[in-house]
Design a protein around this ligand. Structure first.
Ligand code: NAD
Length: 263
């Protein structure tokens, strides 16, 4: 067993069934946390639980679509009823959503991206607070380089707006919740090898408005190709643990310097 950096902490990870959320849930469990996986695809999240349990960790799935606030509220109430409190919240669930020129972007498609990525983050934090206020804790949000340092993905106006909104919300929450000893930070990954990036080929319409980039998408100055979910998970573990005790209200880029070239 690794040294226990979040021993006996109760953690909730949204989108814990895949990619960055899955790697982070595994990392938190390896370091002693009991992890609740809130995901809209519970079958996948069960696989994360199996992996965690096979190495002696503890985890459970709660089926939850973060774009449905009443389900998020119920999920946190369920955790609190069982555990008494919540110590670590990782608001990570997200989608790329529809990419289209602004003129062609359907209002429903814009709303769907914002509902899951931004409103879902708000609901996750809102309904966690009552169960964190007494003892303090750490909230981490997965934003992105897109919408913060990088604005080159033409067509991703909804996604980038949701990711920028998450950082603004994180800063407001960090100030508001400091009085309870709750820290709030965001991680901003560059391209990471997960299934979110499968099948995201630009449409012909989009290709016409895109600006050609010299720097190939997905490559990062530090290493060729995208980063790994575990590289984000290591940062999440640090932000979740008391090692980051004085860190709040900050967005941290984990992108191998990709954003410095593409930004
Ligand atoms: P992923 O598709 O592998 O995982 C996303 C997870 O979120 C899945 O388990 C999915 O079921 C869950 N999810 C999606 N919508 C949900 C909803 N409404 N309610 C509950 N769960 C939901 O993708 P990932 O790359 O691991 O994405 C995680 C986060 O990282 C997202 O917020 C994404 O925007 C962000 N991000 C990813 C990259 C990248 O290149 N992979 C880069 C920057 C930011």
């Amino acid at each position: 067993m690794a040294d226990q950096r979040v021993q006996d902490k109760i953690a909730a990870v949204t989108g814990g069934g895949s990619g960055i959320g899955k790697a982070s849930a595994i990392r938190l469990a390896q370091h002693g946390a009991k992890v609740y996986l809130l995901d809209r695809t519970p079958e996948e999240a069960e696989e994360t639980v199996n992996e965690i349990e096979s190495t002696g960790g503890s985890a459970e799935v709660i089926e939850c679509d973060v774009s449905k606030p009443e389900l998020v509220k119920q999920a946190f109430a369920q955790i609190a009823e069982k555990e008494g409190q919540v110590d670590i919240v990782y608001a990570n669930a997200g989608i790329n959503g529809t990419q289209a020129p602004i003129e062609k972007m359907e209002i429903e498609d814009w709303d769907r991206t914002i509902d899951i990525n931004l409103r879902g983050t708000f609901a996750t934090v809102k309904y966690a607070i009552p169960h964190m206020k007494e003892n303090g804790g750490s909230i981490i949000i997965t934003s992105s380089i897109n919408g913060n340092r990088v604005f080159s993905n033409i067509g991703a106006s909804a996604y980038s707006s949701s990711k920028a909104g998450q950082v603004a919300f994180m800063k407001m929450a960090a100030l508001e919740l400091a009085r309870y000893g709750i820290r709030v930070n965001a991680v901003c990954p560059g391209a990471i090898e997960t299934k979110i990036n499968d099948n995201t080929y630009p449409s012909e319409e989009l290709k016409q408005v895109q600006i050609p980039m010299e720097f190939p998408e997905g490559d990062q100055p530090l290493e060729k190709g995208p980063g790994k979910p575990e590289q984000v998970a290591n940062l999440v573990l640090f932000l979740a643990s008391d090692e980051s005790f004085h860190v709040t209200g900050t967005e941290i880029f984990v992108d191998g310097a990709e954003s410095l070239l593409r930004g």
